[in-house]
Structures are given as C-alpha cells and as structure tokens.
Design a protein around this ligand. Structure first.
Ligand SMILES: O=C(O)CCC(=O)C(=O)O
Length: 277
C-alpha cells in the first residue's frame, strides 16, 4: 500500500522537498499547517454554517452521487469567516498557486466546506483538471489544498488518493486498490495536491462522526472557477477584504501575462467599483 509523504510545518520543513513530493507523487501532507489559534477561529466561524444544511445535492443522479448523498457542502465562506480570509493570505498556501499557476495568474477555484457524514459511500475517483477537459495540458491548470478542520481518519472519510497517478497516461485510468491510500491526518493539517492526481472523498463508516475539510483549490485565471464567488459573497463584504483576496475571488479584473484585460466593469478595472464608497 503506498503512503503519502508527510511534513511537519512546526519543524521548518524544506519547501523544495515539499514541491519535489508534489511533482513526484502528486500530493503530500503538511501537518500543523494551521496554527491551533487559527484552527479554533476557523471552526468557530465555519461549523455553525453546517447546521442549516442538509446532506446531498438538489440535482438527483450523477451530481448527487459525485457530491455525496450524505455529504454537506457549504460555499461563500469568505462572507462569514475572517479566519478563512486570513488563511487565503497565507504565503505558504499562495506559494503553491504562484509556483504551479504563475503569480497573479490564478483564481480561487473552490472555497467550500466538505463535511462527510455517517454512511457516506466513497466518492467517484477523479482528476480535478477534468473540470476543463479541453484545457488539459502538461502544466498544471489547477492545484488544491484540503485543510483538515477535524481529524481525517480511515473510518470517517479521509481523502482517497493514488500517489504517482499524476503521471499515469490517459484521461482517467482505473485505480487498482493496491495503488491508493488515504490522507489520514490530524486536524490542522493540509493535503496539497495536483490537478492531475486521481483522488476522491473516502467512505464514512462511523456511527456519528462528521469529517470536515476545507476544500480550497486554485485554477488558472483564464478558466471559469467551479464556485461562483461573485454571487455567494456580497459586494459589501468583498470591499473589506485585502486586495489580494478580492483578486482571488474575482472581484478585481485580471490582466493575463499575454492577451487583453478580463473581468472589466465599465471598461475599467473592477477595482474602481470596489473602491467606490
Ligand atoms: O473531500 C474530499 O476528501 C475530496 C473531495 C473532492 O475531491 C471533490 O469533491 O472534488
């Protein structure tokens, strides 16, 4: 059974080794990524949002199966959580986007709570880059962190991942059971992974435990993001965020390294709309 490489943020890991594990195996775990104080604030601000939510998805069929009939998902988190806005500014997290997608050249793709409940079955294994099958290329187009807000265990649905599958040929090759493992990790850890690695949420076989992860990916600036932040986060709330977070959430315009200006308001940078009182 393969194992993901593990690093401990409290022991000053070499980030070159972390990126080597990312490149070689498509994913790795950094324990103690989130400080105990920030973790407590994230939980306080985010977990109340789960009580109004029912598990499952409004669309029956494939999407309920994909998103999980016994899984709660909550979006628009930045409107409710200053702690999440703080984590969005974390230099180590942003270094992943800068490195693989190009500094200033990416959006937040998802910023959602994924709360896997008792009796959930394993999620369909997938590659995140297949959100945009026509854009897939050798370079990464999306990279993701899953921050563990509770312990992730084999029993409560720790993410299933096939280390090295980022290099497997084909659109979505089958994963032999012996090639996959689970991202078992204590609360406060981060699973960092490639858009090319095959993975999915695990089954929850517990009686009453909910596995809470904060699924926070980035995608290239010229792609449409999975979550529509401009509709889930009110403009007034966005005005209070640091400019770099406004950019990540699509509240500022985007000038790709090559090409024109995108996401304009009145043919000007959307920042003008934000800066108006
Ligand atoms: O929750 C997880 O562990 C993985 C979820 C995932 O990959 C997804 O929903 O796209």
């Amino acid at each position: 059974m393969p194992e993901l490489q593990r690093f401990d943020a409290d022991r000053s890991p070499e980030w070159s080794e972390i990126w080597k594990a990312f490149d070689d195996e498509g994913g790795l775990i950094v324990e103690n990524f989130i400080s105990p104080d920030l973790l407590a604030r994230l939980r306080n601000e985010l977990t109340p949002l789960l009580s109004d939510k029912s598990p499952g998805n409004a669309d029956p069929g494939f999407w309920t199966e994909f998103h999980g009939a016994m899984t709660k998902r909550v979006t628009g988190l930045a409107a409710s959580s200053p702690a999440w806005v703080e984590l969005l500014c974390d230099e180590r997290y942003r270094a992943m986007g800068d490195r693989y997608l190009g500094a200033g050249d990416y959006w937040l793709n998802t910023g959602q709570l994924i709360c896997i409940g008792p009796d959930e079955t394993p999620q369909i294994l997938h590659r995140d880059e297949l959100n945009w099958p026509h854009a897939v290329r050798e370079e990464e187009i999306t990279v993701t962190a899953i921050f563990a807000l509770t312990d992730f265990t084999k029993e409560n649905g720790a993410t299933v991942i096939a280390p090295g599958s980022n290099h497997w040929p084909g659109l979505l090759p089958p994963v032999p059971e012996e090639s996959a493992c689970q991202a078992v990790m204590p609360a406060g850890s981060a699973l960092l992974y490639s858009g090319k690695v095959i993975h999915g949420g695990g089954a929850n076989t517990t009686q009453s435990e909910w596995r809470i992860g904060l699924h926070a990916g980035f995608c290239r600036g010229w792609l449409r993001s999975e979550e529509n932040f401009q509709l889930t986060i009110p403009l007034e709330a966005a005005k209070s965020f640091p400019a770099s977070v406004q950019s990540l959430l699509g509240f500022r315009s985007y000038s790709p390294a090559e090409g024109g200006r995108l996401g304009l308001v009145d043919y000007d940078d959307a920042a003008h709309l934000l800066d108006r009182s």
